[in-house]
Design a protein around this ligand. Structure first.
Ligand code: ADP
Ligand code: ADP
Length: 245
């Protein structure tokens, strides 16, 4: 069985006139998509802005509820999970976002940022937490000397490594990368992509890899799903998607 499976996922947003106003329309953000991520593999979602990629990511991680459809993680019914189970799911399914500086609390040290999921999920505290933080910092090419620094002391590429270290801290099975390199200079994009590839080889990670840049997704994904207006309109490995019909 695949690690993550989404079947016929649908998300329709009601658009209201004002926060509590009457509904004036429906946005079909995700309109019946299915995909499966085998263990240790990468499924890529690619598509223009507004095609439904982030909504798909929020659905499979239970950040939002679907209108209909099914999500299974490691055989478990994600949509049937209650609070404690959702929390356990998040420990195994972490996310890396687009803007490293926007998603790292500027007032916290790197040690506290990367250590936060360890506290939240009660994986480690005190000395054990620090040891684990140093370990994952080294895994992403940073060092224990960075523990007491703040995010603004790093470059964009380094800051995204901090975000990746935080995602790795709880030893997840799946990482959802939502435009994880899109905000970075082209010169450091390849370094971060290759870091993600190395982590996949070494740790057996699976990725749901989301980006609007077809070349980036093609480089990363074993299976590439092209989204357009909430639907997957084309899928296959990179060569199949690029081949002339
Ligand atoms: P992408 O990640 O591909 O840019 P999104 O999933 O963010 O696409 O958005 C898909 C569509 O759903 C867009 O038309 C967007 O405006 C709409 N949308 C996303 N979130 C909401 C929301 N909370 N309320 C209403 N519409 C939304
Ligand atoms: P992305 O494309 O990366 O998802 P967006 O800028 O489209 O980012 O969306 C940012 C936030 O605004 C998201 O939380 C999304 O759910 C929400 N959003 C997007 N479109 C709409 C919309 N039409 N109405 C209400 N909220 C929206």
């Amino acid at each position: 069985t695949p690690l993550l499976e989404a079947r016929d996922l649908v998300k329709h947003y009601q658009i209201r006139k004002g926060v509590l106003g009457r509904p004036v329309g429906t946005v079909h953000a995700v309109d019946g998509i299915s995909f499966a991520i085998p263990r240790g593999k990468t499924v890529g979602l690619v598509g223009e802005s507004g095609s439904g990629k982030s909504t798909a990511a929020r659905l499979v991680s239970r950040l939002i509820e679907p209108t209909s459809g099914e999500v299974r993680f490691d055989g478990q019914d994600v949509l049937a999970m209650r609070g404690k189970e959702v929390k356990a799911l998040r420990r195994r399914m972490q996310m890396v976002f687009q803007d490293p500086f926007g998603s790292l609390n500027p007032r916290l040290t790197v040690g506290d940022i990367v250590g936060e999921p360890l506290e939240v999920h009660r994986v480690a505290s005190g000395r054990a937490r620090t040891d684990r933080v140093v370990e994952v910092l080294e895994t992403v090419g940073l060092s224990g000397r960075d523990l007491h620094k703040f995010p603004h002391q790093f470059s964009g590429g380094q800051a995204q490594r901090i975000g990746i270290a935080r995602a790795l801290a709880t030893n997840p099975d799946l990482i959802i990368c939502d435009e994880a390199v899109s905000a970075l200079d082209v010169s450091v994009q390849a370094q971060v992509l290759n870091l993600l590839k190395r982590l996949q080889r070494e740790l057996g990670l699976s990725y749901l890899f989301i980006a609007h840049d077809l070349n980036v997704v093609r480089y990363m994904a074993d299976e590439l799903c092209v989204m357009y207006m909430g639907e997957i309109v084309e899928r296959g490995d990179g060569d199949a998607v690029f081949a002339d019909p």
